[in-house]
Design a protein around this ligand. Sequence first.
Ligand SMILES: Nc1ncnc2c1ncn2[C@@H]1O[C@H](COP(=O)(O)OP(=O)(O)O)[C@@H](O)[C@H]1O
Ligand SMILES: [Mg+2]
Length: 254
Amino acid sequence: MNRLACDLLIALEPACLMEQACLTPDPWQARVLSSDAVQILLLCARQVGKSTVTAAMALYRAIMWPDSLILLLSPSLRQSGELFRKVVALYRAQTDPVPIEAVSSLRLELANGSRIVSLPGTESTIRGFSGVRLLIVDEASRVPDELYFAIRPMLAVSNGRLVALSTPFGKRGFFFNAWQNESEWQRFKVTAADCPRVSSDFLTRERRSLGERWFNQEYLCEFAEPVDAVFSLEVIQRAITPEVRPLFNSSAGG
Ligand SMILES: Nc1ncnc2c1ncn2[C@@H]1O[C@H](COP(=O)(O)OP(=O)(O)O)[C@@H](O)[C@H]1O
Ligand SMILES: [Mg+2]
């Protein structure tokens, strides 16, 4: 297939990017790829294919929209490298794609002016980027809130898209808070049972060795109370009522 035919096919169907790499998208992956929501949350069990599908989103954006800047943010350098390798593997599987201008261990530049940059999550590494068209935050529940609030402005001028993906990690942090906010985010929840590659035998063994709490978090996508919490979030929320004025409130005035 020549480049024009290849581009046309991908333009019609972003899922073709995965198919060319011999990966048939699972139904939820196909829904994610065809979404045009500006803010997307993927709350997923381990190993269901969330990094793979977002790598495909990144590459699709880079190939189809010249001059796009796409940032992939992960909590650590190792995870940045892993996600970036998925992007490169998908790219290499395409037939005659837009040629590469430059590639390094965490950065891919295409001849159409698009760039995909994978970054470990520290504020200093991300400063200086602006006009981001697509920002993907991997393992988002482990990315510190300060970092999340520092990166949001990078999308402002470009009206860029934000995709945050994660397994849960306690009832805290921006990812948990965003998950509560249905109106602002398109949300996808994918448990291990939704993934055809995870067998029920494996899950039975994992439940036995992890115990209920960790199994529910890692495979059923349940936000657990932080291990060090004295009171549950529900108990605290029930205890806060508008009729009772807080004891220490700067506006109370005395
Ligand atoms: N649709 C698919 N078909 C076949 N294999 C897939 C598919 N999606 C993901 N995989 C494979 O499943 C494994 C886990 O995928 P990954 O994206 O790393 O999962 P996660 O980020 O959710 O832990 C990888 O080996 C990946 O190639
Ligand atoms: Mg992953």
